[in-house]
Design a protein around this ligand. Structure first.
Ligand code: PLP
Length: 399
């Protein structure tokens, strides 16, 4: 069989065996409804309580500040709509950034159609917001700041502590989408002054379709799903018990393994970046050189379409992701790459490779063996490449 190398851990991760083993009893043997008072219900409820505690520990929260959701997207929706509607008597202004995940951006656009004003902060060439811009954007109408912890495309990690401090001083609620940061960066909601935080299980080796919203005690927020009394009356619906158990276990493992996990990912990331830089011309690294997720590599390959690169990589068994969103039904390049100032044609030639716990050095060697050949072949077909070789300046060359 051909070699297969998965380098798209930011899209989703495989589950860990320990996670699956922990979940298994809750499908058939321990199938009870946590709201039932007899023993079947109690054992399910106990499992949910333990998982809530495991999630809380990983982020330095109190157990009853963790609310399970159907994933990161739901947590983002809940945080932003819930705060907006619960505080509309205080103001109608929300601050976010241009590089958020669509689960934040599209919610903000929805709110703009419903009477709210949204400021979308710019980012610099590395994807960082400017703290002065943030301060200047705050008005007496501002009710929410929503800024992601780490970016899913370029891996840039924002100055969350400083943002939290500003929000606290100004008395504005602070939400952060920490889906990509969880397990990859040490997070303490109190030290960082975070009021609400979105989490997802399937990005940290847990099951899909489950996540959580951290809500600081005392924060005024509307319920998200109305119905039964689950999740302290804030998110109705019978709990996804196996999912919750799996997410809890994934958090426990993430906490135990954080240091070795980060070290392993960084080593592979550096090997991949170095190998690409040394063997392929006209490339540049997107995102911040240091303030980036340990497993994220995002590079521009000039004169190439990201989509053709992905397809060629797929033919040799390598799975990555591109910054142009053709696969998601749009021809526009990624909003993140545009926000860091890449011109259209350059943004189209970007490739995101994200490594994880199951990635090996041999996997990286294989990519470094295949990628230069593929890039070379694709460039041979590019008329632009011929011009540059003939002496014209390119975009990745220093001015
Ligand atoms: C994956 C992701 C989400 C969405 O999480 P789901 O659990 O898939 O809904 C939200 N924000 C970021 C930054 C992500 O990477």
């Amino acid at each position: 069989m051909n070699r297969r190398v998965y380098l798209d851990y930011s899209a989703t991760t495989p589950m860990k065996k320990e996670v699956l083993e922990e979940m298994q009893p809750y499908f058939i043997d321990k199938f009870g409804n946590p709201s039932s008072i007899y023993s079947f219900g109690r054992e399910a409820k106990k499992a949910v309580d333990i998982a809530r505690d495991q999630v809380a520990k990983l982020i330095g929260a109190k157990t009853d500040e963790v609310y399970f959701t159907a994933g990161g997207s739901e947590a983002d929706n809940w945080a932003i709509k819930g705060i907006a509607y619960a505080n509309k008597d205080k103001g109608n202004h929300i601050i976010t950034t241009k590089i958020e995940h669509h689960a934040v951006l599209h919610v903000c656009e929805h709110l703009e159609k419903n009477g709210f004003n949204v400021t979308y902060l710019d980012v610099d060439e590395h994807g960082l917001i400017n703290l002065e811009d943030l301060k200047n954007a705050i008005t007496d109408q501002t009710i929410l700041i929503s800024i992601m912890f780490a970016n899913n495309e370029i891996g840039t990690i924002q100055p969350i502590k400083e943002i939290g401090q500003i929000a606290k001083e100004k008395g504005v609620t602070f939400h952060t989408d920490a889906v990509q940061a969880l397990g990859n960066v040490a997070i303490d909601v109190n030290a960082l002054n975070i009021d609400l935080m979105s989490l997802s299980s399937h990005k940290i080796y847990g099951p899909k379709g489950i996540g959580a919203l951290y809500i600081r005690k005392g924060i005024k927020i509307h319920s998200f799903v109305h119905g039964g009394a689950q999740e302290r009356r804030r998110r109705a619906g019978t709990e996804n018990v196996p999912g919750i158990v799996g997410f809890g276990k994934a958090c426990e493992l993430a906490m135990e393994n954080m240091d070795t996990h980060i070290k392993h990912l960084k080593m592979l990331r550096e090997k991949l970046i170095k190998g690409i830089m040394e063997n392929i011309g006209y490339v540049r690294l997107n995102g911040h050189p240091e303030k980036r997720l340990p497993g994220n590599v995002n590079m521009v390959f000039e004169f190439i379409e990201g989509e053709s690169l992905l397809l060629s990589l797929d033919m040799v068994g390598i799975a990555g992701s591109s910054g142009s969103a053709c696969t998601s039904g749009s021809l526009d390049p990624s909003h993140v790459l545009m926000a860091i100032g890449l011109p259209h044609e350059i943004a189209h030639g970007s490739l995101r490779l994200t490594v994880g716990d199951f990635t090996t050095e041999e996997d990286i060697d294989y990519v470094l063996e295949q990628l230069p050949k593929i890039v070379d072949r694709l460039r041979q077909m590019s008329p632009l490449y011929e011009k540059v070789k003939g002496g014209q300046k390119s975009c990745t060359q220093k001015k």
